[in-house]
Write a protein that binds this ligand. Structure first.
Ligand SMILES: *Cc1c(COP(=O)(O)O)cnc(C)c1O
Length: 355
């Protein structure tokens, strides 16, 4: 499929102060868009100036939540070049999410080509400061213009780009996490393993409550017994307990993170086999009480690795590793970011160079 390109006539000024980029508030000049319907399949692919969308008020995304997304980054290397990290994984996961939500699948290779073209056009927007990157948000929504509930007969796929600041402007800072024992995020057989907007809609209330109590995020328990650890808001979770690295097994309700997968592969390459299994909140709290819980960290594209300094559950608070970042946490952060920004060799073939 041809991609029609319409350049913006008056490109916006790039942000001057890269220390103030924040997350997801500034967007580049262009976006990619293509349309789908049952009769034609994907069609009308184009790169055009970023702008508002026009949506019929009956569009299915507005009523029944037919929406999925991805999140990945483009990194500026020291030599000025730009690279992606495992984008193939993102588009493969996107198609799994699409299947779960009754949305059409995309051609991953075509989407990656479209993304490369889009980034090439907006290459000056990829920031240079250490820790900064260009956040990439591919998403799709059902766009049937009628109120009947059924699988999507019409959809739009869009990619937008946003230069983002360093997640840790003051260095890796441990966060306080609250284990949620009222709301649940997902259940097995539900949409927990799909990257869909609805999962986030359902998690907002608990997130707000945690924030009011001084915590930065919620750690979710399983949706059936509220007994087993699942994941953090937008991150998977890992622990070092008695010298062993453990993480909840992918059980159908946990989002299969690419950062999670990369860390497990990185550890395996060093001969360290992390345990992927069920971890009960009782086991975790017991380990926290006795000091067997040596480290805890969240992992996801935005933060890469986020050390957990405090865990709270049912009114009790436990400090992990003296509230400081642990050695494994720090090492994983250094190695992953080293590969992502091209400062370390990439023996795994994870990097996709654009130039
Ligand atoms: C995106 C996401 C993650 C992390 O996945 P990565 O591929 O590592 O960025 C974890 N949990 C949820 C709920 C997510 O949406």
């Amino acid at each position: 499929m041809e991609i029609k390109i319409t350049r913006k006539l008056n490109p916006a000024a790039k942000p001057q102060d890269e220390s103030k980029l924040g997350f997801g508030t500034i967007f580049t000049d262009h976006m990619f868009l293509m349309l789908w319907d049952k009769a034609q399949g994907w069609h009308d692919a184009e790169i055009l100036p970023l702008g508002n969308l026009s949506i019929h008020p009956s569009s299915s995304v507005l009523h029944y939540g037919a929406e999925i997304f991805e999140g990945l980054k483009a990194y500026r290397r020291a030599d000025g070049g730009i690279q992606l990290f495992r984008p193939w994984e993102n588009f493969a996961r996107f198609n799994r999410s699409a299947r779960r939500m009754g949305l059409p699948e995309v051609d991953p290779e075509f989407c990656l080509e479209a993304l490369k073209k889009l980034i090439a056009l907006d290459a000056d927007w990829v920031p240079h400061n250490p820790g900064t990157s260009l956040y990439i948000r591919p998403f799709m929504f059902g766009d049937d213009e009628n109120l009947a509930v059924h699988g999507s007969g019409k959809a739009r796929f869009i990619i937008i780009l946003s230069p983002v600041g360093s997640y840790y402007p003051e260095g890796l800072a441990p966060v306080k996490i609250m284990i949620e024992d009222e709301d649940v995020r997902a259940v097995r057989g539900g949409t927990g393993e799909a990257k869909c907007g609805g999962n986030y809609g359902a998690s907002v209330r608990a997130g707000n409550r945690a924030e009011e109590r001084g915590f930065s995020q919620v750690l979710w328990l399983d949706g059936v017994e509220q007994k087993y650890i699942e994941e953090v808001g937008a991150m998977n979770i890992m622990f070092k307990i008695n010298g062993r690295i453990v993480t909840p097994a992918l059980n159908g309700s946990i989002l299969p993170g690419i950062t999670r997968k990369s860390i497990l592969e990185l550890l395996r390459s060093k001969g360290i086999e992390a345990e992927e299994r069920r971890i009960s909140v009782d086991e975790l709290m017991e380990a926290a009480r006795t000091g067997a819980l040596e480290e805890a960290w969240g992992c996801g594209t935005a933060a890469v690795v986020s050390p957990v300094g405090v865990l709270a559950y049912q009114g009790e608070e436990y400090t992990i590793g003296g509230g400081k970042i642990g050695t494994v946490t720090q090492q994983l952060y250094n190695e992953l970011t080293g590969i992502q920004w091209g400062e370390l060799p990439d023996p795994f073939g994870w990097v996709c160079k654009l130039n």
